[in-house]
Design a protein around this ligand. Structure first.
Ligand code: KIV
Ligand code: ZN
Length: 515
């Protein structure tokens, strides 16, 4: 079977999801996990967008071993040079450059003729090639481009040295049948197409990103660009977990194999969701909380008799543990470590200590601690956010008819504790007012949501917030049986990210803007 290369762009196109913004530490953490997952190429960022992006790409290229690390650049000399500068210390790296080929984009956005765009593309692929042998070229908005012109551009960039040509359905416009024909036409009409890997990059505006990508594979594409949980601009990109499980479940149809370790999928999905704050819908294929749940009696009956009656994938193959061992307040460190290992997490002694004391705290309040609770504990305790402030104490008075009042004590970076009292329309607002006063930062709460981690009256509440501070957006999360405590933790978690991010002048350049 042919090898299908999986190119993950969660850290670049995925990070362009509305509201998703990751710190450099979080990007590095995700990149390490993508390496564990066995991804072939990780697109780490768009270095010209901001010095932060460039620094994150540099860290990932130097520290993450296994995947090839790619960086994006417009067809502009300064973009290519800055992208190369971020990649140059990596072991295996790729420069990825793009320009639009559709008349709509060329006329209204790029204000270029077709000839000029082709010249830029060739010149910039050559420039990229002068730095590295691994060069990818993307014709942006390829699916709305004139096919004959697209063929001419692809032929010219392959001659100029492109080793991957990535056919982008930038606005999610194509359909599976049409996209398959487009890829076939490239193989037929671009005489040097066999010298490059054909890649597909589909957006999900009409809900067909995965179907279109797989149609591309059927037509001979051997690289798919996708993101974890399908995050990305607007309706997102093709979901990586769906592509991988489709080709693994139906080798008879797709005839390709990937090196992705599917048992790492669920863990990667949780990590990306926790760090971006983009919640996975319950009915999401492969990684949604209902993806392997059977509600109807007939289905339950069938699955109990023989799993394959209603399940086409084994939940364990995507990393969902089916362990029935429930932990309680008498469980020890050893049992906890063992459970984490079953879930795919190997913790250091120090991490286990932190997780264990948190587990004990929760187990005192909750009868049974499940895998989902443990995941929430890990996300709270182990995620590498520099702890600038810590909630030491929180007391709220609320009810009817009283004025909700919160007393909050935070540990400051100096080690000193500071206490504030504030009122609000409810207990959460009152606590946020007190916290904001202590930290003294210009914060706007942009989003707040709370959900229950498991079912049951004693379930952990998981709060997700998005704050704006000094023109940047930060996501925070926190979990606790008490949702006011979870809310305070989530808020302080986001503030810690804001407080450890250097302030920067100006807006980030998003892909395609200011071309
Ligand atoms: O959607 C798109 O066209 C892109 C390109 C930069 C590949 O993300
Ligand atoms: Zn894209």
């Amino acid at each position: 079977m042919d090898r299908l290369y999986i190119f993950d762009t969660s850290l670049r196109d995925g990070e362009q999801s509305p509201g998703a913004s990751l710190t450099s530490d979080e990007k590095l953490e995700i990149a390490f996990q993508l390496a564990e997952l066995g991804i072939d190429i990780v697109e780490a960022g768009f270095p010209i967008a901001s010095p932060d992006d460039a620094a994150a790409v540099r860290r990932i290229a130097t520290l993450v071993k296994g995947p090839t690390i790619a960086a994006l650049a417009r067809c502009k000399p300064e973009d290519i040079d800055v992208a190369w500068d971020s990649l140059r210390d990596g072991e295996s790296v790729r420069l990825h450059t793009f320009i639009s080929t559709s008349d709509i984009h060329l006329k209204h956005q790029f204000r270029m003729t077709r000839e000029q765009a082709l010249e830029h593309a060739v010149a910039m692929v050559k420039r990229a090639k002068s730095y590295t042998s691994d060069v990818e070229f993307s014709p942006m908005d390829a699916t709305r481009s004139d096919w004959a012109y697209l063929h001419a551009v692809l032929r010219a960039v392959i001659d100029a040295g492109a080793t991957t040509i990535n056919i982008a359905d930038t606005v999610g416009y194509t359909t599976p049948g049409e996209f398959r024909q487009l890829i076939e036409s490239i193989r037929e009409h671009v005489p040097n197409a066999h010298r490059a890997v054909i890649s597909v990059h589909c957006h999900n505006d009409l809900g067909m990103a995965v179907a279109n990508s797989l149609a591309g594979v059927l037509a001979g594409a051997r690289q798919v660009e996708c993101t974890i949980n399908g995050i990305g601009e607007r309706a997102g990109n093709a979901a990586l977990e769906e592509i991988v499980m489709a080709v693994k479940t139906r080798p008879d149809v797709y005839g390709v194999q990937t090196e992705v370790d599917s048992a790492q999928i669920y863990k990667t999905s949780r990590l990306v969701s926790n760090l971006t704050g983009i919640v996975v819908q319950p009915n999401k294929a492969v990684v949604g909380s209902n993806a392997f749940a059977h509600e109807s009696g007939i289905h339950q009956d069938g699955v109990l008799k023989e799993r394959s009656t209603y399940e086409i994938m084994d939940a364990r193959h995507v990393g969902l543990s089916d362990s029935t061992l429930v932990l309680g307040k008498h469980s020890g460190r050893h049992a906890l470590r063992q459970r984490f290992e079953e879930m795919g997490y190997r913790l250091s002694e120090e991490e286990l200590n932190r997780a264990f004391s948190r587990f004990k705290e929760i187990a005192e309040k909750k009868k049974e601690t499940t895998t989902k609770d443990l995941e929430a504990i890990l996300a709270d305790e182990i995620v590498s956010v520099h702890e600038v402030y810590r909630v030491q104490r929180l007391q709220v008075t609320c009810g009817y008819p009283v004025v909700p009042t919160a007393t909050v004590e935070l540990r400051l970076p100096s080690g000193e504790d500071r206490l504030e009292v504030a009122t609000g329309t409810g207990p959460v607002e009152a606590s946020y007012m007190a916290i904001t006063r202590i930290v003294g930062l210009p914060i706007r709460l942009a989003e707040y949501s709370v959900r229950s981690v498991t079912s049951g009256i004693d379930a952990l509440g998981e709060v997700s917030v998005r704050i704006e501070c000094n023109g940047r957006t930060f996501h925070g999360r926190g979990a606790d049986p008490d949702i006011v405590v979870a809310s305070a933790k989530a808020y302080v978690n986001a503030i810690n990210k804001a407080a450890s991010t250097p302030q920067q002048a100006g807006e980030r350049v998003k892909t395609g803007v200011g071309v």
